[in-house]
Design a binder for this molecule. Structure first.
Ligand SMILES: Cc1cc2nc3c(=O)[nH]c(=O)nc-3n(C[C@H](O)[C@H](O)[C@H](O)COP(=O)(O)O)c2cc1C
Length: 176
């Protein structure tokens, strides 16, 4: 699929077929994630794949609106790992940069899933401690997003966006 078609076709998918995600597709999605830019190319994030039913159920129950996740064949959890870029960026790694690395990796993965005809949904509403427990992540890793993945039962309608002119502004420096 061409890039702009992928952007137009992508939807947040909240109902998945039971069919498994082909390993080849999963690999492409993970490779797309790591192809994303990262601060200093340090890739200060981790990706944990959850396939077992118990893990998926616990993730689905970690927040009130995420029950649909239980039916996904798998989910990828994206976690910031500031240990990897703190030596280079200091406090800025913890405040922002590691989370940005994880975020953009997740965005690339979501687009790759769409390009491969798979559905995904960005989940940002979860209990951090429970996600850490399900992933087995150490205290240093901060969960940033969960992305359930699978074939879509029915494509969701496209959702409207705010008009560009309400979001795009021409910058003008304040007088110092
Ligand atoms: C940072 C972020 C957090 C989100 N958290 C959730 C979530 O917790 N649960 C959910 O069902 N969707 C979540 N979404 C998906 C949005 O609801 C969805 O992207 C938005 O409604 C636009 O729909 P679309 O993705 O189909 O264009 C999240 C998206 C982003 C980028």
């Amino acid at each position: 699929m061409k890039f702009f078609d992928v952007l137009n076709e992508r939807r947040s998918t909240r109902a998945y077929k039971q069919a498994p995600v082909p390993e080849e597709s999963l690999k492409k999605i993970l490779e797309a994630a790591v192809s994303a830019p990262s601060a200093g190319n340090l890739q200060a994030y981790e990706m944990v794949i959850i396939r077992d039913r118990t893990g998926l159920t616990r993730l689905a129950r970690t927040a009130s609106r995420q029950a649909f996740m239980e039916n996904a064949p798998l989910a990828i959890v994206f976690l910031a790992n500031p240990q990897r870029n703190r030596p280079t960026f200091g406090e800025r790694a913890d405040e922002l940069l590691a989370a940005q690395d994880a975020t953009i990796a997740c965005a690339y993965a979501e687009l790759a899933a769409a390009a491969l005809g798979l559905g995904a949904c960005w989940i940002g509403d979860f209990d951090e401690e429970e996600v850490r427990a399900v992933t087995g992540a150490p205290e240093e890793w901060k969960p940033v997003a969960i992305m359930p993945l699978g074939y879509t039962v029915e494509k969701a309608p496209s959702r409207n966006r705010r008009p560009l002119n309400t979001i795009v502004h021409e910058g003008m420096a304040r007088k110092s």
